[in-house]
Design a protein around this ligand. Structure first.
Ligand code: ADP
Ligand code: ZN
Ligand code: ZN
Length: 735
């Protein structure tokens, strides 16, 4: 027998099958092995077995050892591997790595075994006085405890908390107590206990949605409904139905919205059948939860993006909540779209996919409108609560009236009223740090990172300038390094400064901040939300991190300090993103019995997007946007392909870019009607971490798959050492 092995080295040159002899080893398809590779020993994945090999006798080497007792790559995942390699143009090894917990590679995580103690059979029914001295009170106590309290045995570590360790040693030494090793599964969020599950009567719309989804096979649904319209209830019913039919389920949420609340309702509903998979788990926890899926013990997986690869068998339903969220597109190697992977899996299993959102992406909604997906709608909120009133504030007018601050007069009026009535407020600003840049008033010098082509952000707590791309820190400027002037001006204000201003204006009310800086440590995220939930603070300031997640019943005011931030990015999705983000943030206000109010500050109050946000008119927004996309030929009426080339040697990277470009031009000459646009240029971020970045932008007509494949091929052919290049389709970030 010969094993076909993909070695665990991420390099295009070695991303192919190598044959190895099996020797005496029992090797199955889907296990990992160690093999000799050149002068090294490396891990590899066995992707097949065969009777014959073309490798000549003398050259063939044998597998050294087998790392897994059972296959860890299922047959379904092998199918997915082929699909992802062909369709997304990924390395096999990169895809295989997605399928297993990262720490399994290199044996960095293993099963947790613990010692258990129990009374030996031979002594269990005897009178302890026969073999324990009367004076050995601790031993008697231990015997009694194990006999009456823990007849099944107890963890040694727990036992020694209540009884004497030396008594345990003594009885174990004499064979009266047996100590055995047993595996213990690590349980993430052990403190999140299931609450009582009270079934609710579904509304008519919810019922039809559940019926449609459960009756289908291999179909994708779009579930559109505002926050609070009962989408989650629909998801859970569909999962129940899948389980009742003997199948399994995967529910994906954006990374940040996997809160204890969501998990609690899943545990209440599905008990021990739930596994959690997301990046905040410890390596050991992740490993155990993943194995629970593989062994079939877990039937429902709740997780973030990568949980779409959970090794469940017989998947009946996959749900992607907040499907428009950009975290579902992996924007680093390996690049993949979660929805595409999910679609492949539901087709394979004859299952169904539900894409849920209050603000579906324009492309998804278009697919639903044109029949590729099926549209299901929940038209109102379950409890008929009205959506919050949204006031659009013209910041240009504020300036004209002499108010240069980040807080408009209407916002301050609302904030006063909110705090006076004992309620809470959330203020949203998608800019962390204290000031977005520092500039010399005399000569216009702006402090920039030495390694990246971006301006530095001032962080006041550390009194340092930080680069948000590479993390480099610099001292704050006292004088301009260029002209020596001491007059340094701070640029746009960030969350840190907003908090300081609020603390000055409203002493004693408590202001919390939630952004990438304040949530760096494990558990910080939950702690901040917890404190706000307990009303230890009355104002929460945050970046888009506060746009999702918890519901706070006492939040009656939401302030969007600078709504235009996402509007002015040079990206065809900028208006869509602005609509989604502001709608989502606005939805945080007035979630319980209290009415909500939203103040949205903008310098472009006439922009059409804000009128749709104000009236909560998703369909109106969609119609406007889809017409624009059609006229200007952007997705879904075109496919954008970007080739990004980067390298520390500007000229060398430029050479690779030129080579690729010339070949794409030749392709365009051959298929002129497929190309809408083709150009090369420096990337908007010209340099990051000492790497110069440049790009080729291609816009193709729909159905140009052969051109896409050809461009992927060209990028591969033009590879050169020390230059990184990759192609991506409809990228979420064009920076
Ligand atoms: P969404 O996911 O669309 O934001 P949820 O499913 O979380 O909405 O529902 C919002 C609230 O309404 C939740 O507290 C939920 O328990 C409740 N709810 C959902 N469906 C019903 C129903 N049919 N009857 C009563 N309450 C419901
Ligand atoms: Zn200067
Ligand atoms: Zn930098």
């Amino acid at each position: 027998m010969f094993a076909e092995v993909i070695v665990d080295i991420a390099a295009a040159e070695v991303d192919r099958v190598f044959d190895y002899g099996c020797g005496e080893l029992d090797i199955k398809r889907g296990v990992r092995v160690t093999v000799p590779f050149g002068r090294m020993t490396v891990e590899g994945f066995v992707i097949g077995l065969k009777e014959h090999t073309d490798v000549p006798e003398g050259k063939l080497k044998d597998v050294i050892s087998v790392l897994d007792a059972r296959p860890i790559i299922t047959e379904e995942m092998f199918g997915l591997l082929d699909y992802m390699v062909a369709r997304m143009h990924l390395l096999k090894v990169d895809v295989l790595r997605l399928f297993i917990p990262a720490a399994m590679r290199g044996g960095r995580v293993r099963e947790l075994t613990r010692q258990y103690a129990r009374l030996s059979e031979a002594y269990r029914d005897r009178d302890p006085n026969e073999f324990i001295k009367k004076t050995a009170l601790a031993q008697h106590e231990l015997f009694e405890y194990l006999l009456t309290e823990k007849p099944e045995g107890e963890l040694v570590s727990e036992l020694t908390k209540v009884v004497s360790a030396s008594a345990l040693r003594n009885l174990a030494g004499r064979g009266i107590v047996e100590i055995t090793d047993a595996e213990q599964m690590r349980l993430p969020y052990a403190d999140v206990k299931a609450g009582e599950y009270v079934p609710v009567e579904l509304t008519g719309e919810q019922k039809s949605a559940v019926v449609a989804i459960t009756a289908a096979k291999g179909k994708t649904f779009v579930l559109h409904g505002v926050t609070g319209s009962g989408k989650t209830e629909v998801y859970m019913r569909c999962i129940e139905e899948a389980l009742a039919a003997g199948r399994t389920a995967i529910m994906l949420v954006p990374e940040i919205s996997l809160t204890p609340q969501v998990l609690r309702s899943f545990r209440s509903r599905f008990g021990d059948k739930v596994a959690v998979l997301h990046s905040a788990l410890g390596q050991g926890e992740k490993f155990d939860e993943w194995r629970k899926c593989l062994s079939g013990e877990a039937k429902v997986v709740l997780g973030a993006r990568s949980a779409v690869f959970a090794p469940l068998e017989n998947v009946g339903i996959i749900i992607i909540d907040e499907e428009h969220d950009s975290s579902y597109i992996s924007d680093r190697t390996p690049r993949y779209s979660t929805a595409e992977v999910a679609e492949w899996r539901i087709k394979y299993n004859g299952a169904n996919l539900v894409l849920g959102s209050a603000t579906p992406s324009v492309e998804t909604y278009y697919a639903a409108k044109t029949g590729r997906y099926e549209l299901l709608e929940l038209t109102g909120r379950v409890n008929k609560r009205p959506l919050p009133e949204i006031e659009i504030v013209n910041m240009c007018r504020e300036i004209a009236l002499g108010n240069n601050s980040i807080f408009s007069a209407p916002l301050l009026r609302e904030l006063d009223a909110c705090l006076e009535s004992g309620n809470q407020a959330m203020l949203f600003l998608n800019r962390r740090g204290y000031a977005s840049f520092v500039m010399c008033r005399a000569c216009g010098f702006v402090a920039k990172c030495e390694r990246c082509d971006v301006s530095l952000v001032y962080h006041r707590e550390e009194n340092r300038l930080k680069c948000h791309y590479c993390g480099n820190m610099y001292s704050m400027l006292d004088v301009c390094p260029k002209c020596g002037s001491p007059f340094i001006r701070e640029g746009y204000i960030g969350t840190e400064k907003v908090v300081r201003l609020l603390e000055e204006m409203y002493p004693g009310v408590g202001v919390l901040r939630m952004d990438n800086d304040s949530t760096r440590t494990k558990g910080a995220h939950a702690r901040i939300l917890g404190e706000f939930g307990e009303k230890k603070a009355r104002i929460l300031v945050g970046t888009q991190m506060i746009a999702k997640g918890h519901d706070f019943p006492d939040v009656t005011l939401v302030g969007i300090l600078d709504a235009d931030m996402s509007l002015h990015t040079a990206d065809y999705r900028s208006v869509e993103r602005t609509f989604q983000l502001t709608t989502q943030v606005a939805g945080r206000a007035g979630r319980a019995s209290l009415p909500g109010k939203v103040v949205l500050q903008t310098y472009a109050p006439k922009h059409y997007v804000y009128e749709y946000v104000r009236t909560g008119d998703y369909k109106g927004f969609y119609e406007k946007e889809i017409n624009l996309r059609e006229v200007t030929k952007y997705p879904p009426f075109a496919t954008i392909m970007r080739v990004l080339v980067s390298g520390s040697d500007d000229a060398k990277a430029g050479g690779v870019l030129k080579n690729i470009y010339e070949r794409v031009v030749a392709l365009k000459e051959k298929y002129p009607d497929k190309f809408i646009y083709l150009a090369y240029m420096r990337a908007p971020l010209k340099k990051i971490m000492d790497e110069y970045r440049m790009q080729i932008l291609v816009r193709l007509t729909v159905g140009s798959d052969e051109i896409i494949d050809a461009v992927y091929g060209i990028v591969d052919e033009c590879r050169e050492p020390k230059v990184t290049s990759y192609a991506e389709i409809n990228p979420v970030k064009l920076s």
